[in-house]
Design a protein around this ligand. Structure first.
Ligand code: KG4
Ligand code: ZN
Length: 347
């Protein structure tokens, strides 16, 4: 069994080939960072056009690296949402054409579900870990913060962000600090030499007793702190920042990690978590990985983390989620697969 995955929901064009054991045979990611960099964010029309240009060569490379040809593909999985509609349509239309031409099934995949199961994938050559239900999932990226309970037949939402996603907070703060885009990796690196307990920063929680996340208050507080120190967005060299700014960024990262851990702990008190799969771009964060792993060890919770290369958007996770869906739901008419800009997990 060979599964071809296609991901085009935002600014990465990616194609992957997995076998029926979830072994990653290839996972080619073509980033559009340079195309969007002059605008300081992702421009939907540019993204769609770039996917159209990048997809054919990404596809050829993925097949080449896996050492397979089109006739060997048994199943096609493509991201159908949530994401930028024009971008999604490029990958999904290509997937439909391929499935139709080959007469093989097509699975439309929820991008967040792709992240959710990415924690079970191993590096090339190794089969995926067995997925044991129920488990809890924390998806933290540039667009999402979702805590869910994953059962064999359904995904139950527990908490999501009311405003900014954690990756978005990293990106906006880094931009204001003159550290470029994306902000997560550079702040992560700077924070490793800072004192994260120096500036206790506020992390909001909705007053209605819900477990939802909120990161916009923290972001605003950070922007104010930067402004107070005369940092207004002019490019700064991450390696020669004032110690005070280094500690401030470390404290900001500490606050985000603390908020995520706090919610995991709260849920664990009422619904004993056996396994926690952490995923999405922010799951690459060193402090988050360390903190959650230690918490897991202390509480007997198995904490699954994707390898860093599988935390940001990629097609291997889409192929894997598609394979699991196909095994559960079977064959559907490819013509019915529709792109959805909004598609909450569990719906
Ligand atoms: O999952 P992803 O590739 O795209 C979305 O679906 O959003 O996540 C990208 C996000 C960006 O906001 C980026 O700053 C963040 O993940 N990110 C990190 C790290 N690496 C990437 N955030 C914190 N620490 C990191 N090491
Ligand atoms: Zn993503």
């Amino acid at each position: 069994m060979l599964v071809l995955g296609i991901e085009t929901s935002c600014d990465e064009t990616s194609v992957a080939v997995l076998d029926g054991d979830g072994r990653v045979l290839s996972n080619v990611v073509s980033s559009q960072l340079a195309a969007h960099a002059p605008y300081g964010g992702v421009v939907p029309e540019i993204a769609a056009r770039a996917h159209l240009e990048n997809l054919p060569v990404t596809f050829e490379r993925a097949l080449g690296e896996a050492g397979i040809g089109v006739p060997e593909i048994d199943l096609v999985a493509a991201t159908a949402g949530p994401g930028l509609i024009g971008a999604l349509l490029v990958g999904l239309s290509a997937a439909k054409a391929l499935a139709f031409a080959r007469g093989v099934p097509l699975v439309p995949v929820n991008h967040l579900e792709g992240h959710l199961f990415s924690a079970f994938l191993r590096s090339s050559g190794e089969a995926a870990l067995a997925v044991e239900f129920p488990f809890h999932g924390l998806v933290v990226s540039g667009g999402h913060a979702e805590l869910v309970r994953v059962e064999p037949e359904r995904i139950v939402p527990i908490a999501r962000t009311r405003d900014d996603a954690p990756g978005e907070a990293f990106d906006k703060v880094a931009r204001r600090a003159g550290l470029g885009y994306p902000g997560g990796p550079v702040v992560d690196r700077i924070a490793s030499r800072g004192e994260g307990s120096r500036y206790p920063l506020p992390v909001g929680r909705p007053g209605d007793g819900s477990n939802d996340f909120s990161f916009s208050g923290l972001k605003t507080a950070m922007l104010r702190e930067l402004q107070k120190r005369g940092v207004t967005g002019d490019p700064l060299d991450p390696d020669s920042l004032a110690p005070d700014i280094v500690d401030l960024l470390a404290s900001f990262q500490r606050a985000i990690v603390a908020a995520l851990l706090d919610r995991v702990e709260t849920v664990h008190k009422t619904d004993a978590i056996r396994a926690l799969a952490v995923s999405g771009g922010v799951a690459a964060n060193s402090e988050l990985r360390r903190t959650l792993s230690r918490w897991g060890e202390a509480h007997g919770v198995r904490v699954l983390l994707p390898e860093r290369g599988l935390t940001t958007d990629n097609a291997a996770m889409i192929a894997f989620a598609g394979l699991l869906r196909y095994r559960k739901n079977g064959r559907r008419d490819p013509a019915l697969a529709a792109a959805r800009s909004r598609w909450p997990l569990g719906s």
